[in-house]
Design a protein around this ligand. Structure first.
Ligand code: NDP
Length: 309
Protein backbone atom coordinates (compact mmCIF):
# COMPACT_ATOMS: atom_id res chain seq x y z
CA UNK A 1 0.00 0.00 0.00
CA UNK A 2 1.34 3.43 -0.94
CA UNK A 3 2.36 5.53 2.06
CA UNK A 4 1.95 9.29 1.77
CA UNK A 5 3.18 11.97 4.16
CA UNK A 6 0.60 14.56 3.15
CA UNK A 7 -2.48 13.59 1.15
CA UNK A 8 -4.60 16.41 -0.25
CA UNK A 9 -8.12 15.80 -1.55
CA UNK A 10 -9.55 18.42 -3.91
CA UNK A 11 -8.28 20.29 -6.93
CA UNK A 12 -9.58 23.80 -6.32
CA UNK A 13 -7.79 26.91 -5.02
CA UNK A 14 -7.60 25.45 -1.48
CA UNK A 15 -6.12 22.11 -2.57
CA UNK A 16 -3.59 23.57 -5.00
CA UNK A 17 -2.43 26.21 -2.55
CA UNK A 18 -2.02 23.54 0.12
CA UNK A 19 0.04 21.53 -2.43
CA UNK A 20 2.27 24.55 -3.20
CA UNK A 21 3.03 25.12 0.48
CA UNK A 22 3.33 21.43 1.38
CA UNK A 23 5.75 20.69 -1.45
CA UNK A 24 7.92 23.68 -0.54
CA UNK A 25 7.97 22.31 3.04
CA UNK A 26 9.23 18.92 1.78
CA UNK A 27 6.03 17.08 2.69
CA UNK A 28 5.97 15.37 -0.75
CA UNK A 29 2.23 15.98 -1.11
CA UNK A 30 0.01 13.84 -3.30
CA UNK A 31 -3.16 15.61 -4.47
CA UNK A 32 -6.22 13.93 -5.97
CA UNK A 33 -8.30 16.41 -7.93
CA UNK A 34 -11.73 14.83 -7.41
CA UNK A 35 -14.86 14.96 -9.54
CA UNK A 36 -14.43 18.56 -10.69
CA UNK A 37 -10.76 19.22 -11.50
CA UNK A 38 -10.12 22.92 -10.95
CA UNK A 39 -13.02 23.12 -8.51
CA UNK A 40 -16.15 25.26 -8.55
CA UNK A 41 -14.34 28.20 -10.08
CA UNK A 42 -14.23 26.40 -13.41
CA UNK A 43 -18.01 26.79 -13.65
CA UNK A 44 -17.54 30.54 -14.12
CA UNK A 45 -15.77 32.29 -16.97
CA UNK A 46 -13.71 35.35 -16.04
CA UNK A 47 -12.56 35.91 -12.45
CA UNK A 48 -12.24 39.62 -11.82
CA UNK A 49 -11.70 39.68 -8.07
CA UNK A 50 -8.67 37.44 -7.61
CA UNK A 51 -5.84 39.79 -6.60
CA UNK A 52 -3.02 40.24 -9.06
CA UNK A 53 -5.09 40.25 -12.27
CA UNK A 54 -6.21 43.81 -13.00
CA UNK A 55 -7.80 42.77 -16.31
CA UNK A 56 -9.44 39.66 -14.86
CA UNK A 57 -8.33 36.11 -15.50
CA UNK A 58 -9.98 33.15 -17.20
CA UNK A 59 -11.06 30.79 -14.40
CA UNK A 60 -9.69 27.68 -16.13
CA UNK A 61 -6.36 29.39 -16.85
CA UNK A 62 -6.13 30.46 -13.22
CA UNK A 63 -6.62 26.90 -12.03
CA UNK A 64 -4.19 25.54 -14.65
CA UNK A 65 -1.59 28.01 -13.34
CA UNK A 66 -2.15 26.95 -9.74
CA UNK A 67 -1.83 23.28 -10.74
CA UNK A 68 1.35 24.01 -12.69
CA UNK A 69 2.81 26.03 -9.82
CA UNK A 70 2.18 23.15 -7.39
CA UNK A 71 3.77 20.68 -9.84
CA UNK A 72 6.80 22.92 -10.28
CA UNK A 73 7.64 22.41 -6.59
CA UNK A 74 7.22 18.65 -6.89
CA UNK A 75 3.59 18.08 -5.85
CA UNK A 76 2.24 14.84 -7.30
CA UNK A 77 -1.13 15.77 -8.79
CA UNK A 78 -3.38 12.94 -9.88
CA UNK A 79 -6.87 12.38 -11.25
CA UNK A 80 -9.20 10.45 -8.99
CA UNK A 81 -11.80 10.81 -6.28
CA UNK A 82 -11.73 9.50 -2.72
CA UNK A 83 -14.48 6.93 -2.32
CA UNK A 84 -13.72 5.58 1.18
CA UNK A 85 -11.96 6.96 4.24
CA UNK A 86 -11.01 5.52 7.59
CA UNK A 87 -9.81 8.26 9.91
CA UNK A 88 -10.06 6.10 13.04
CA UNK A 89 -6.29 5.69 13.43
CA UNK A 90 -3.13 7.15 11.95
CA UNK A 91 -1.97 6.54 9.32
CA UNK A 92 -5.35 7.35 7.78
CA UNK A 93 -6.66 4.99 5.12
CA UNK A 94 -8.18 6.41 1.97
CA UNK A 95 -9.41 4.56 -1.12
CA UNK A 96 -9.39 6.30 -4.49
CA UNK A 97 -11.99 5.39 -7.14
CA UNK A 98 -12.88 2.23 -5.23
CA UNK A 99 -9.54 0.55 -5.91
CA UNK A 100 -6.34 2.42 -4.99
CA UNK A 101 -5.62 2.11 -1.27
CA UNK A 102 -3.46 4.75 0.37
CA UNK A 103 -2.07 5.40 3.84
CA UNK A 104 -1.62 9.02 4.81
CA UNK A 105 0.23 10.47 7.79
CA UNK A 106 -1.66 13.73 7.37
CA UNK A 107 -4.78 14.49 5.37
CA UNK A 108 -5.92 17.85 4.00
CA UNK A 109 -9.57 17.83 2.97
CA UNK A 110 -10.26 20.50 0.35
CA UNK A 111 -13.19 18.84 -1.39
CA UNK A 112 -15.23 22.05 -1.68
CA UNK A 113 -18.96 22.57 -1.89
CA UNK A 114 -21.50 22.69 -4.65
CA UNK A 115 -24.04 25.47 -5.06
CA UNK A 116 -27.54 24.09 -5.15
CA UNK A 117 -29.52 24.65 -8.32
CA UNK A 118 -33.24 24.19 -8.94
CA UNK A 119 -32.64 21.37 -11.42
CA UNK A 120 -34.50 22.90 -14.39
CA UNK A 121 -33.21 21.99 -17.88
CA UNK A 122 -33.48 25.68 -18.93
CA UNK A 123 -31.35 26.67 -15.91
CA UNK A 124 -28.68 24.18 -17.00
CA UNK A 125 -28.83 25.50 -20.58
CA UNK A 126 -28.03 29.09 -19.57
CA UNK A 127 -25.40 28.35 -16.89
CA UNK A 128 -22.62 30.82 -17.59
CA UNK A 129 -24.86 32.79 -19.99
CA UNK A 130 -26.97 34.57 -17.42
CA UNK A 131 -27.51 31.83 -14.83
CA UNK A 132 -25.07 32.00 -11.93
CA UNK A 133 -24.80 30.94 -8.32
CA UNK A 134 -22.33 33.66 -7.36
CA UNK A 135 -23.26 37.35 -7.42
CA UNK A 136 -19.81 38.40 -6.22
CA UNK A 137 -18.27 36.55 -9.19
CA UNK A 138 -20.69 37.50 -11.96
CA UNK A 139 -22.72 40.50 -10.74
CA UNK A 140 -20.45 42.98 -12.46
CA UNK A 141 -21.60 41.72 -15.87
CA UNK A 142 -25.13 42.93 -15.04
CA UNK A 143 -24.46 46.60 -14.36
CA UNK A 144 -27.59 48.69 -15.02
CA UNK A 145 -29.51 45.55 -16.05
CA UNK A 146 -32.36 43.61 -14.42
CA UNK A 147 -31.65 40.43 -12.49
CA UNK A 148 -33.44 37.96 -10.21
CA UNK A 149 -32.17 36.21 -7.10
CA UNK A 150 -33.82 32.97 -6.01
CA UNK A 151 -33.93 32.24 -2.28
CA UNK A 152 -34.90 33.92 0.96
CA UNK A 153 -31.96 33.18 3.22
CA UNK A 154 -29.04 35.36 4.34
CA UNK A 155 -27.08 34.53 1.20
CA UNK A 156 -29.96 35.51 -1.07
CA UNK A 157 -30.38 38.81 0.80
CA UNK A 158 -26.66 39.48 0.71
CA UNK A 159 -26.50 38.71 -3.01
CA UNK A 160 -29.60 40.83 -3.73
CA UNK A 161 -28.11 43.79 -1.84
CA UNK A 162 -24.81 43.40 -3.66
CA UNK A 163 -26.58 43.22 -7.02
CA UNK A 164 -28.83 46.17 -6.12
CA UNK A 165 -25.69 48.30 -6.00
CA UNK A 166 -24.88 47.38 -9.60
CA UNK A 167 -28.09 46.49 -11.38
CA UNK A 168 -31.02 48.69 -12.35
CA UNK A 169 -33.50 46.34 -10.66
CA UNK A 170 -33.39 43.15 -8.63
CA UNK A 171 -36.26 40.73 -8.17
CA UNK A 172 -36.11 38.30 -5.27
CA UNK A 173 -38.01 35.09 -5.93
CA UNK A 174 -39.04 33.68 -2.54
CA UNK A 175 -41.01 30.46 -2.33
CA UNK A 176 -42.81 31.24 0.94
CA UNK A 177 -44.40 34.44 2.29
CA UNK A 178 -41.48 34.98 4.69
CA UNK A 179 -37.74 35.22 4.50
CA UNK A 180 -35.50 32.70 6.23
CA UNK A 181 -32.84 35.39 6.56
CA UNK A 182 -31.95 37.22 9.77
CA UNK A 183 -34.09 40.25 10.66
CA UNK A 184 -31.34 42.76 9.88
CA UNK A 185 -30.82 41.38 6.38
CA UNK A 186 -34.56 41.36 5.74
CA UNK A 187 -34.84 45.00 6.80
CA UNK A 188 -31.97 46.01 4.54
CA UNK A 189 -33.55 44.27 1.56
CA UNK A 190 -37.01 45.70 2.16
CA UNK A 191 -35.56 49.21 2.48
CA UNK A 192 -33.92 49.07 -0.94
CA UNK A 193 -35.90 50.87 -3.64
CA UNK A 194 -34.66 48.76 -6.53
CA UNK A 195 -35.36 45.34 -4.94
CA UNK A 196 -38.83 43.86 -5.48
CA UNK A 197 -39.68 40.71 -3.55
CA UNK A 198 -41.94 38.24 -5.36
CA UNK A 199 -43.41 36.22 -2.49
CA UNK A 200 -44.85 32.71 -2.77
CA UNK A 201 -43.23 32.19 -6.15
CA UNK A 202 -41.41 29.27 -7.69
CA UNK A 203 -39.54 29.32 -10.99
CA UNK A 204 -41.02 27.10 -13.67
CA UNK A 205 -38.55 27.99 -16.39
CA UNK A 206 -35.64 30.26 -17.20
CA UNK A 207 -36.43 31.98 -20.50
CA UNK A 208 -33.82 32.81 -23.10
CA UNK A 209 -33.16 33.60 -26.75
CA UNK A 210 -30.88 30.61 -27.26
CA UNK A 211 -27.80 32.63 -26.26
CA UNK A 212 -28.59 34.31 -22.99
CA UNK A 213 -31.26 34.75 -20.36
CA UNK A 214 -34.17 37.05 -21.20
CA UNK A 215 -36.65 36.21 -18.46
CA UNK A 216 -38.18 33.72 -16.05
CA UNK A 217 -41.60 32.09 -15.87
CA UNK A 218 -42.93 32.00 -12.33
CA UNK A 219 -45.74 30.13 -10.64
CA UNK A 220 -47.36 31.87 -7.67
CA UNK A 221 -48.91 29.73 -4.92
CA UNK A 222 -52.41 30.86 -5.96
CA UNK A 223 -51.84 29.17 -9.34
CA UNK A 224 -51.02 32.32 -11.36
CA UNK A 225 -48.28 31.91 -13.93
CA UNK A 226 -46.43 35.05 -15.07
CA UNK A 227 -43.18 36.08 -16.76
CA UNK A 228 -40.58 38.61 -15.66
CA UNK A 229 -37.99 40.16 -17.96
CA UNK A 230 -34.46 39.69 -16.64
CA UNK A 231 -30.90 39.51 -17.93
CA UNK A 232 -29.44 37.49 -15.05
CA UNK A 233 -30.79 34.67 -12.86
CA UNK A 234 -28.90 34.11 -9.60
CA UNK A 235 -29.37 31.07 -7.39
CA UNK A 236 -28.92 31.49 -3.64
CA UNK A 237 -30.70 28.44 -2.26
CA UNK A 238 -27.81 27.06 -0.28
CA UNK A 239 -24.63 25.08 -0.80
CA UNK A 240 -23.83 21.44 -0.15
CA UNK A 241 -20.34 20.79 1.25
CA UNK A 242 -18.62 17.64 -0.05
CA UNK A 243 -18.05 16.18 3.41
CA UNK A 244 -20.26 13.07 3.50
CA UNK A 245 -17.30 10.67 3.28
CA UNK A 246 -15.81 12.09 6.46
CA UNK A 247 -19.03 12.44 8.46
CA UNK A 248 -18.43 9.27 10.56
CA UNK A 249 -15.08 10.64 11.75
CA UNK A 250 -15.14 14.42 11.90
CA UNK A 251 -17.25 16.99 13.68
CA UNK A 252 -19.53 18.71 11.15
CA UNK A 253 -22.02 21.53 11.68
CA UNK A 254 -25.72 20.98 11.04
CA UNK A 255 -25.32 21.93 7.36
CA UNK A 256 -22.48 19.40 6.92
CA UNK A 257 -19.51 21.83 6.93
CA UNK A 258 -16.37 20.48 8.61
CA UNK A 259 -15.76 22.28 11.89
CA UNK A 260 -12.25 23.66 12.31
CA UNK A 261 -10.66 24.80 15.55
CA UNK A 262 -10.48 28.59 16.08
CA UNK A 263 -8.34 30.30 13.50
CA UNK A 264 -6.69 27.05 12.35
CA UNK A 265 -7.49 24.34 9.82
CA UNK A 266 -7.41 21.61 12.51
CA UNK A 267 -10.44 19.31 12.53
CA UNK A 268 -11.66 17.17 15.44
CA UNK A 269 -9.16 14.43 14.39
CA UNK A 270 -5.47 15.31 14.96
CA UNK A 271 -3.59 15.09 11.67
CA UNK A 272 -6.67 15.84 9.54
CA UNK A 273 -7.04 19.41 8.29
CA UNK A 274 -9.77 21.09 6.28
CA UNK A 275 -9.47 23.97 3.84
CA UNK A 276 -11.69 25.88 1.44
CA UNK A 277 -15.44 25.72 0.99
CA UNK A 278 -15.88 22.33 2.71
CA UNK A 279 -15.27 24.19 6.00
CA UNK A 280 -16.50 27.67 5.04
CA UNK A 281 -20.22 28.40 4.83
CA UNK A 282 -19.60 32.11 4.92
CA UNK A 283 -16.99 33.59 2.55
CA UNK A 284 -16.69 30.93 -0.19
CA UNK A 285 -14.28 32.94 -2.33
CA UNK A 286 -11.32 31.62 -4.34
CA UNK A 287 -8.98 33.89 -2.44
CA UNK A 288 -10.23 32.82 1.00
CA UNK A 289 -10.08 29.16 -0.08
CA UNK A 290 -6.49 29.63 -1.27
CA UNK A 291 -5.56 31.27 2.03
CA UNK A 292 -7.06 28.43 4.04
CA UNK A 293 -5.14 25.93 1.86
CA UNK A 294 -1.94 27.66 2.94
CA UNK A 295 -3.05 27.39 6.57
CA UNK A 296 -3.77 23.66 6.21
CA UNK A 297 -0.32 22.93 4.75
CA UNK A 298 1.35 24.93 7.51
CA UNK A 299 -0.73 23.11 10.13
CA UNK A 300 0.16 19.71 8.60
CA UNK A 301 3.85 20.63 8.60
CA UNK A 302 3.72 21.71 12.26
CA UNK A 303 1.83 18.53 13.17
CA UNK A 304 4.46 16.29 11.54
CA UNK A 305 7.31 18.17 13.24
CA UNK A 306 5.61 17.74 16.63
CA UNK A 307 4.97 14.04 15.99
CA UNK A 308 8.59 13.42 15.08
CA UNK A 309 10.15 15.34 17.96
P1 NDP B 1 -30.33 28.89 3.86
O1 NDP B 1 -30.53 27.44 3.93
O2 NDP B 1 -30.34 29.69 5.12
O3 NDP B 1 -31.50 29.52 2.94
C1 NDP B 1 -31.83 28.94 1.73
C2 NDP B 1 -33.00 29.73 1.13
O4 NDP B 1 -33.27 29.16 -0.14
C3 NDP B 1 -34.28 29.64 1.94
O5 NDP B 1 -35.00 30.84 1.82
C4 NDP B 1 -35.03 28.48 1.25
O6 NDP B 1 -36.42 28.60 1.35
C5 NDP B 1 -34.63 28.73 -0.19
N1 NDP B 1 -34.71 27.52 -0.98
C6 NDP B 1 -34.13 26.31 -0.72
N2 NDP B 1 -34.41 25.42 -1.70
C7 NDP B 1 -35.20 26.10 -2.59
C8 NDP B 1 -35.82 25.74 -3.81
N3 NDP B 1 -35.69 24.51 -4.32
N4 NDP B 1 -36.56 26.68 -4.44
C9 NDP B 1 -36.68 27.92 -3.97
N5 NDP B 1 -36.13 28.34 -2.81
C10 NDP B 1 -35.39 27.43 -2.13
O7 NDP B 1 -28.99 29.10 2.99
P2 NDP B 1 -28.03 30.37 2.89
O8 NDP B 1 -27.02 30.03 1.85
O9 NDP B 1 -28.79 31.62 2.71
O10 NDP B 1 -27.29 30.43 4.29
C11 NDP B 1 -26.52 29.32 4.79
C12 NDP B 1 -26.01 29.68 6.20
O11 NDP B 1 -25.03 30.72 6.12
C13 NDP B 1 -27.13 30.22 7.09
O12 NDP B 1 -26.91 29.75 8.39
C14 NDP B 1 -26.95 31.71 7.02
O13 NDP B 1 -27.46 32.38 8.15
C15 NDP B 1 -25.43 31.83 6.91
N6 NDP B 1 -25.06 33.09 6.24
C16 NDP B 1 -24.78 34.18 7.00
C17 NDP B 1 -24.46 35.37 6.42
C18 NDP B 1 -24.19 36.53 7.27
O14 NDP B 1 -24.21 36.40 8.48
N7 NDP B 1 -23.94 37.69 6.71
C19 NDP B 1 -24.39 35.54 4.96
C20 NDP B 1 -24.71 34.34 4.25
C21 NDP B 1 -25.04 33.17 4.87
P3 NDP B 1 -37.20 28.14 2.70
O15 NDP B 1 -36.92 29.21 3.70
O16 NDP B 1 -38.62 28.08 2.25
O17 NDP B 1 -36.64 26.79 3.10
Amino acid sequence: MEKIKCLILGGGPAGFTAAIYASRANLSPVLYEGIQPGGQLTTTTIVENFPGFPGGVDANNLMDSMREQARSFGADIRQGTATQADLGNRPFKVVIDGETELEAETLIIATGAQARYLGLPSEEKYKGSGVSACATCDGFFFRKKTVAVVGGGDTACEEALYLAGLAKKVYMIVRRDVFRASRIMQEKVLAKDNIEVLWNCNTQEVLGDGWSVTGARLLRKDGTVFDIEIDGFFLAIGHAPASALFAPWLMLDEAGYIITEGKTSCTSVPGVFAAGDVQDPRYRQAVTAAASGCMAARDAEKFLIEQNS
